[in-house]
Design a protein around this ligand. Structure first.
Ligand code: TXA
Ligand code: MG
Length: 358
């Protein structure tokens, strides 16, 4: 057990004294949990292999799953990477600081512990005042995965972080709830054309518009099981999973709310008829079609505002395990824009337990 200090900071105008205190912990090889605009990260000095190894221990993360290096200025990218392709400068100019991570060739400065021995490194500049100040005051890039225990949904609130990381890290910077609620979009720009490794808050359509080129979307980036073994080591692991079994009801027509909801309810009823307690994860548009006396109904958000759905997603998954239900039946979303990101997380969370209803 490590003694953990919780420092409450203002998310918009962080108290610089507190950030300095946390930065000193980074500089002396310790672990700091910090907020980003996506989810909370579990950070250490990216150039200190001993500190980086502590991250894997604290998270119980397999050592072959590489970390993202967080930077606060472009010169840090140029130090950590080599042969930086043009696409990265476009992304940096248009989307950084922001929730996009690029995979680039690594320089010798980055220890193998960060990249799990890969010749490439993941880099991003987060758009959170606390994260940016922490990196700046530390004077080094910060290697950080999401601050959850391995296998748990990424933490989007300080309560999640405290539950998973209290006693395992030196400092937790508590700045309340994060903005996007899902992890950054990851794009591998060492390949031509670039390959999407993980959909995130910046939709792939936006990246294509900014870069002016097509991006390859492999099946595993959609959360399709058969393709999981390929490419990024991290995508192989079961992620985001609640303890409660989950099934996703996928359709090719989510637009007819009533029709779709009735199909979802049919699936749910198969379980409730067996005497199982069922929770339906619904949307604002469909929630009223479900029989609230038969099912527990939780609302993820509106189909017309997928940012809301994304922001609530991991919170809901963690909440599920406290509801004492036997199974969750979850609605699907069209794989456009943020819908791709949401479906990637949902499919993984369900362990690829999918029912198609046409
Ligand atoms: O929004 C985010 O990205 C958050 C915040 C804290 O920045 N971080 C995050 O980190 O989600 P993590 O470790 O949970 O996910 C990083 C993913 C993993 O799936 C890992 O395998 C992949 O990035 N990754 C890291 N380095 C890579 C590399 N060189 N090549 C391919 N994939 C890589
Ligand atoms: Mg993670």
């Amino acid at each position: 057990m490590i003694k953990t200090k919780i420092l409450r900071v203002d998310p918009v105008n962080p108290e610089l004294k507190l950030i300095k205190e946390a930065a000193n912990v980074i500089r002396s090889g310790g672990l700091v949990v910090f907020p980003t605009e996506t989810v909370y990260g579990l950070g250490a000095n990216a150039y200190d292999p001993k500190a980086v190894v502590k991250i894997f221990k604290a998270k119980e993360r397999p050592l072959d799953n590489p970390l993202i290096v967080h930077i606060c200025k472009l010169s840090e990218l140029e130090e950590a990477a080599r042969k930086v392709p043009e696409e990265v400068y476009i992304i940096a100019k248009k989307l950084w600081p922001g929730p996009v991570t690029v995979i680039v060739w690594k320089s010798d400065k980055v220890p193998r512990e960060v990249t799990a021995g890969l010749p490439t490194v993941a880099v991003r500049m987060p758009a959170h005042p606390v994260a940016l100040k922490l990196i700046e005051f530390s004077g080094v890039p910060i290697a950080a995965p999401s601050a959850n225990l391995a296998g748990k949904p990424s933490p989007t609130t300080s309560e999640h972080v405290i539950r998973d990381m209290y006693g395992r890290v030196d400092v937790i910077l508590d700045a309340g709830e994060t903005l996007f609620g899902v992890e950054s979009t990851i794009i591998d720009v060492t390949r031509k054309p670039p390959v999407l490794l993980r959909p995130g808050p910046i939709p792939v359509e936006k990246l294509e518009e900014v870069l002016g080129i097509k991006i390859k979307i492999p099946a595993f980036a959609r959360g399709i099981r058969e393709a999981e073994k390929a490419l990024s080591p991290g995508v192989r692991y079961r992620h985001y999973a609640p303890e409660t079994p989950m099934v996703i009801v996928e359709s090719s027509n989510y637009g007819n709310y009533r029709d779709y909801a009735l199909k979802v309810m049919e699936v749910a009823r198969k379980y409730s008829m067996k005497g199982l307690k069922v929770c339906i994860l619904a949307s604002t548009e469909t929630k009223d079609y479900y029989d609230a006396s038969e099912f527990r109904v939780m609302v993820l958000g509106s189909r017309k505002n997928l940012y809301e759905v994304a922001r609530n997603l991991f919170k809901m998954l963690r909440m599920l395990d406290e509801l004492n239900v036997d199974i969750a039946v979850c609605e699907g979303f069209e794989e456009k824009g943020l819908g791709l990101t949401i479906m990637n997380r949902l499919r993984k969370a369900s362990g690829y337990n999918i029912v198609r209803v046409g």
